[in-house]
Design a protein around this ligand. Structure first.
Ligand SMILES: NC(=O)c1ccc[n+]([C@@H]2O[C@H](COP(=O)([O-])OP(=O)(O)OC[C@H]3O[C@@H](n4cnc5c(N)ncnc54)[C@H](O)[C@@H]3O)[C@@H](O)[C@H]2O)c1
Length: 272
């Protein structure tokens, strides 16, 4: 069985740990870390097989683990992803927005090749990444329209940068339109799907993103349209937000669990 180290014990990390603990993912959770130690303690207390809580993130990958799961933040990716690969561990990464910084992407891409290690990026809160990857050489346009309740956008840098008071949004309002690269910078914890789409398809400057704040919705809705020589793909996903973190969709958690399950299982791999 593969041994897993977990970096980040919040909404996603907790559900992944529980999926391992209950046998849904055939692996062993051996080490966990969160810079908020109370989060790590709270998670460990929920598990039947108690992992070791390490004192710093380097101890995750310097230990005998096979895969480190990052479910923390873009900063955690920037600060720790390279050393995880250098320690010859595979990495499953949730804070994908970090990869739209080309210097981070290039360094990690080279490290995967040099150390013969993999980075897994789960599909997150969207469907259809398999198709976008397949048609990437024929893509002419790729757009994402994301609609969320303002509560699910709270804390984003965007509101400070644009001097907009989130409480002033009382009706459905398109608050941002621009390239994925800018969307990920202004909404780092809210729009990882824009980063995933960019990486799978046309890149971050040619992928268009529109963000709509809608006080009437209780869903995180993503509409994707891709056009090109192959034809047209339209996808709409209406996600239920996680109860402990409304920025994160239930589907993002389920796709992370499935991605890790697949990485830990020798069986038939379904889908592209
Ligand atoms: N790929 C996707 O589709 C997708 C979907 C949802 C969320 N995310 C991203 O996944 C990450 C985790 O999401 P979540 O909902 O579990 O968030 P969360 O806020 O519920 O949990 C994050 C945990 O990580 C810890 N943490 C943050 N930075 C850290 C660091 N540098 N070192 C150690 N611990 C750190 C926090 O204390 C917290 O306990 C976020 O970056 C989020 O943007 C990705």
């Amino acid at each position: 069985m593969k041994k897993i180290g977990l970096l980040g014990c919040g909404a996603i990390g907790t559900q992944i740990a529980l999926a391992i603990d209950t046998g849904k993912i055939p692996a062993e959770l051996t080490h966990i870390y969160d810079f908020d130690n109370a989060k790590a303690e709270a998670l460990a207390a929920k598990l039947a097989k108690r992992p070791i809580i390490v004192a710093n993130p380097h101890l995750l990958s310097s230990n005998n683990v096979d895969i480190v799961v990052e479910a923390a933040s873009q900063d955690a990716v920037k600060n720790h992803a390279l050393s995880i690969l250098q320690n010859r561990k595979d990495l499953m990464m949730m804070s994908v927005g970090a990869l739209l910084d080309e210097s981070v992407l290039d360094i990690l891409f080279d490290a995967c090749r040099e150390f013969k290690k993999k980075i897994y990026l789960p599909s997150g809160a969207i469907a259809g990444l398999d198709a976008i990857k397949s048609v990437k050489d024929e893509l002419e346009s790729l757009t994402l329209v994301t609609t969320k309740n303002p509560k699910a956008l709270a804390g984003a840098k965007f509101f400070e940068a644009k001097k907009m008071d989130i409480h002033s949004i009382t009706q459905k309002t398109a608050i941002f339109e621009g390239p994925a690269k800018e969307a990920v910078t202004l909404f780092p914890a809210n729009i990882n799907v824009a980063a995933l789409l960019s990486l799978a398809g046309l890149g971050s400057t040619k992928t268009s993103v529109k963000i709509i704040a809608d006080p009437e919705t209780d869903k995180n809705i993503h509409q994707i349209e891709a056009r090109g020589k192959f034809g047209k793909i339209t996808i709409q996903v209406e996600n239920v937000p996680d109860p402990t973190n409304p920025k994160t969709s239930r589907l993002a958690i389920l796709s992370a669990i499935e991605c890790l399950r697949t990485a830990c299982t020798d069986d038939i791999k379904i889908g592209t």
